[in-house]
Design a protein around this ligand. Structure first.
Ligand SMILES: [Zn+2]
Length: 333
């Protein structure tokens, strides 16, 4: 699939190279030494969950693996290696630094370790360019549960912006508590001049989408629930806010429905700037080639897929020089 080259929504913890994650989990005591690869494989790829909250707990496992500088660097290295094997051109890899402090690392040290692994991968796999998105976390019913940690993520993003970090995000279970309480964090991010995307409108409350847009989000993570309300959809279309659609991941999130139940075609037909992404390559057993191929199977034309790829380049958090390089590589100019 020639257009499957640019991934803007890719979580490090949900996309670890499984054999490495399994070996590391055994080494670090995250799983028992006799835990087999098959057991680990089935655990990481399970899709049946009693609730959406339970589905979010699957991240606990890879996060437990990524708690030292060495493992953070190796984790991202192997992910970029995987992207290079798939002949990807550009990926924005996101993760939440505050989730990797269980063994005493600071958020600065966490980001430094990830950037170190990225730098090594850049040397070994020069064909794939990457940028890092730091996620703040939506945790608990009260935004103040981890307010300080989120402020620190903003600070660290500012510190490393232009040095491998390209943007800020808000991730986590969006329907847990009052989403609107997170708005002031983006006021601060805006004052600091940080670009940001926001996870909103994947899990059943599309009203978070206009909220995220009002906070100044350059892109929306998922945003698929905008189809539930003509006003929300109108705003996304009129303001041309790119949606980071992850068809496989969203389909699993919608209680394992079928690809054809996904609103992606409605979004495209309505004039939304759709980008196609993987979200969690390991959990969802997918890659960008599969995401584009599933779209073909849904009857989406190659011309439309080309437009999605062009949207991805337009929406990427990289400089214009990089965008032009990508457009040339893709044959768009
Ligand atoms: Zn996501």
């Amino acid at each position: 699939m020639k257009y499957a080259k640019i991934d803007l929504h890719l979580h490090l913890d949900g996309s670890l190279y499984l054999p490495w994650a399994w070996e590391t989990a055994k080494k670090r005591g995250v799983v028992a030494p006799d835990y087999t690869f098959d057991e680990y494989y089935h655990f990481m790829h399970r899709t049946e969950f009693k609730s959406r909250e339970e589905r979010m707990t699957r991240f606990d496992f890879p996060i437990a693996v990524l708690q030292t500088k060495e493992d953070l660097a190796a984790g991202i290295y192997h992910l970029i290696e995987t992207l290079a094997e798939k002949d990807m051109y550009y990926a924005e890899i996101r993760f939440a630094p505050q989730q990797h402090m269980l063994q005493g690392l600071t958020q600065t040290e966490v980001v430094e370790a990830v950037l170190e692994g990225r730098a090594q991968a850049k040397k070994d796999f020069p064909g794939v360019e990457t940028g890092i998105i730091n996620c703040m976390m939506h945790k608990g019913a009260d935004a103040h549960t981890n307010w300080e940690a989120n402020l620190e993520t903003i600070r660290v993003t500012k510190e490393f912006l232009g040095k491998g970090v390209v943007a800020l995000d808000l991730a986590g279970f969006e329907n847990n508590g009052d989403f609107s309480l997170y708005g002031p964090l983006f006021e601060i991010a805006k004052e600091q001049g940080l670009p940001y995307t926001i996870h909103a409108g994947e899990m059943g409350d599309g009203s978070h989408i206009p909220l995220a847009i009002s906070w100044g989000a350059s892109r929306i993570g998922h945003g698929i629930d905008s189809v539930r309300n003509p006003e929300w959809l109108k705003e996304v279309v009129e303001k041309q806010i790119p949606l980071e659609v992850c068809v496989t991941g969203n389909t699993i999130a919608m209680y394992n429905r079928k690809y054809c139940d996904h609103p992606v075609r409605k979004l495209i037909e309505a004039g939304v700037k759709v980008t196609l992404n993987t979200d969690n390559m390991t959990f969802s057993e997918t890659d960008l080639i599969n995401e584009y191929s599933q779209m073909r199977a849904l009857g989406v034309s190659m011309e439309t897929l080309k437009r999605c790829a062009q949207n991805s380049i337009d929406a990427a958090f990289c400089d214009e020089e990089t965008k032009d390089r990508l457009r040339k590589k893709m044959g768009f100019i």
